[in-house]
Design a protein around this ligand. Structure first.
Ligand code: SAM
Ligand code: SF4
Length: 465
């Protein structure tokens, strides 16, 4: 099969769907919400109708529906991960990012392999099991091999029984051959954000380097699939162009992937522009997204692609993060640093960061907060370790059967965290959370979860089904 060299985004169709939402009456909105409750996903037109809601009563119905669907599919689980920035060297010039080549105000650094392993050890000591490896688009002398070695270094890190069990990767678009090499290195998800699907805006904000090529970037996931990577994540950097355009264009991208490869992305990320040193545009987003619209984005995505994970990073404040967990978010980062070497240095020294964070709490504080809200923080890596990825994962996810695995796995990995890393307060909050989740589980799944928790408490580690 020919590998697509671009993804056609039909801008006229998107604008006409957005304009037509003015003509939609309340009855039609409610019909779309009723269709969403069936959890089979929505068409682009239906998603556009939901984007157009402004009436407070209908908005509240949108949020209620999103909460119901989120709860039915994902239960109370929230997957926890941490980014690991290995290098801030970059040959591109993205007007919104501190790592842009023309920014002379930050200190440049590519960690060596020992330093990378040390960063991984710091994350393991906090209790992390899942890492997102991040780099600018320019590697030290060894070229792309640098990224492959970095993956090996992170997997090699061990502290007692602690280890990183899954590495997702967010690096610049690769060739098919490079994607093959990446796939051979046991990665979890390959993640790439188009930043903006609006071509004119894209050209305006990407000023230099390979990233100026819109088509090379948008076709990256096609090359990843062609190379055998079937677990991919996409995203938009919200604030660059009209958020409704971005959301509907991202749906066209998803349909393109489904049509060509039979499967869509595993995750969608929804970063909003945050201030970044030496990148003024980030402090003055051309099309700022209000908190209300941001919640709408999460809710509409949850209803339109119900089985696709939604990732929320520490760019957002604790408050926004809490609100969006209920509306649809399924994965969150915690205790993050966005500068290479940031975990070894600590927060006091934040030289060379990519952008400023909204949530500065430690992993333990986030875990406690999440547990007190009734969510189970999950460090599970079961599906990926058992090869349940791509179409296999979706087949399992769609009828809801995945909960029979995910809920017990979430509880056993949370118990592992509490036993090995939890503070006293977090342990107490965690126990209450675990008992209340167990009480709501049905017979055989509950028995399986209790057995797995017992094994972890007895000292066994890495218990999953
Ligand atoms: N350099 C690679 C690239 O651009 O694809 C991969 C990693 S880049 C460090 C990760 C993501 O950070 C980018 O895709 C972009 O969406 C996001 N980002 C950059 N500047 C940001 C800012 N000021 N606020 C929020 N997110 C930002
Ligand atoms: Fe470089 Fe990525 Fe930042 Fe652009 S977003 S300047 S490519 S690190």
């Amino acid at each position: 099969m020919m590998i697509p060299t671009t993804v056609p985004i039909d801008g006229d169709r998107i604008w006409s769907m957005i304009e037509n939402t003015d003509k939609v009456d309340d009855g039609e909105v409610r019909e779309v919400l009723a269709a969403a409750r069936e959890m089979k996903g929505l068409s682009s037109r239906q998603a556009a109708v939901l984007c157009g809601i402004s009436d407070p009563e209908l908005l509240s119905e949108l949020f209620t529906t999103a909460r119901e669907v989120k709860e039915a599919i994902y239960g109370q689980r929230l997957v926890i991960f941490s980014p690991l920035y290995v290098s801030n060297l970059c040959a591109n010039d993205c007007a919104y990012c501190s790592f842009r080549a023309t920014n002379r105000s930050i200190k440049r650094r590519a960690l060596d392999q020992d330093e990378i392993r040390h960063e991984a050890e710091m994350l393991i000591e906090q209790g992390h099991k899942r890492v997102l490896l991040v780099a600018g688009e320019s590697y030290p002398r060894e070229g792309f091999d640098y990224v492959l070695k970095a993956i090996d270094s992170v997997y090699a890190a061990k502290v007692g029984a602690g280890e990183i069990r899954r590495i997702n990767v967010n690096v610049a678009p690769l060739s098919v051959d490079e994607f093959r090499q990446l796939g051979d290195h046991r990665i979890g998800t390959y993640q790439i954000f188009q930043e903006t699907y609006h071509r004119d805006t894209y050209v305006r904000v990407h000023l230099r380097g390979k990233k100026t090529d819109y088509d090379w970037r948008i076709s990256a996931i096609d090359r990843a699939f062609a190379a055998g990577i079937d677990d991919v994540g996409i995203g938009v950097l919200f604030g660059l162009a009209d958020w409704r355009y971005e959301l509907l264009a991202m749906l066209q991208h998803i349909r393109h992937l489904e049509n060509h490869h039979g499967i869509g992305p595993h995750t969608i990320s929804v970063p909003r522009l945050e201030p970044a040193e030496g990148a003024d545009l980030a402090s003055h987003p051309p099309q700022p997204v209000s908190d209300l619209d941001f919640r709408k984005i999460v809710a509409v995505l949850r209803l339109t692609v119900p089985y696709t994970g939604i990732i929320m990073s520490t760019r957002e404040t604790a408050e926004i993060r809490r609100e969006t967990f209920a509306l649809g978010v399924s994965q969150i980062s915690a205790g993050s640093r966005t500068n290479p070497g940031g975990y070894a240095k600590g927060e006091a020294e934040d030289e060379g960061t990519q952008f400023s964070l909204g949530d500065h709490r430690s992993l333990d504080e986030v875990i406690r907060d999440v547990a007190e809200l009734g969510y189970i923080p999950s460090f599970c890596t079961g599906c990926y370790r058992l090869g349940r990825t791509g179409a296999d994962f979706m087949d399992l996810a769609k009828p809801g059967a995945i909960r029979h695995h995910c809920d017990p796995n979430a509880l056993s990995t949370f118990t592992e965290y509490l036993c090995d890393y939890g503070s006293e307060g977090t342990k107490q909050a965690g126990e209450v959370c675990i008992n209340s989740v167990l009480a709501k589980m049905e017979g055989s799944v509950r028995a399986r979860a209790e057995e797995m928790i017992r094994k972890v408490r007895d000292g066994q580690r890495d218990v999953f089904c």
